[in-house]
Design a protein around this ligand. Structure first.
Ligand SMILES: [Zn+2]
Length: 103
């Protein structure tokens, strides 16, 4: 597993799977890694659950306007590498749970 400081992502192999950069290194426990990109409502739920469990979270808004009229607001959620596996576990639990939101 390698870490790309530019994309803040983890990849298998020796180059970044997102930008193709070779300037990757081994992740340190305090390196923030992209956990997931979710719709706003899920990202904020996830943010809350992780914080409740003592995991520091950084989330960033991503604006995506591929069709001009509709605007999609997604959030990218980052957690430190040291808490990545645990955060992933919480994420799976949360996204698999039968909670639904009305449109
Ligand atoms: Zn990269």
């Amino acid at each position: 597993m390698v870490y790309c400081p530019k994309c803040k992502t983890l990849s298998e192999g020796t180059v970044c799977g997102f930008c193709g950069s070779c300037r990757v290194r081994l992740p340190g426990p305090d390196d923030y890694c992209l956990l997931t990109e979710q719709e706003y409502v899920w990202a904020s739920l996830l943010d809350e659950v992780l914080r409740d469990n003592g995991i520091p979270v950084v989330s960033m808004e991503v604006l995506d306007q591929p069709y001009g009229l509709r605007r999609f607001v997604h959030h990218r959620v980052y957690v430190p590498y040291g808490a990545y596996e645990e955060a992933k576990k919480w994420m799976t639990e949360l996204l698999d749970s039968p909670v639904s939101f009305e449109e």
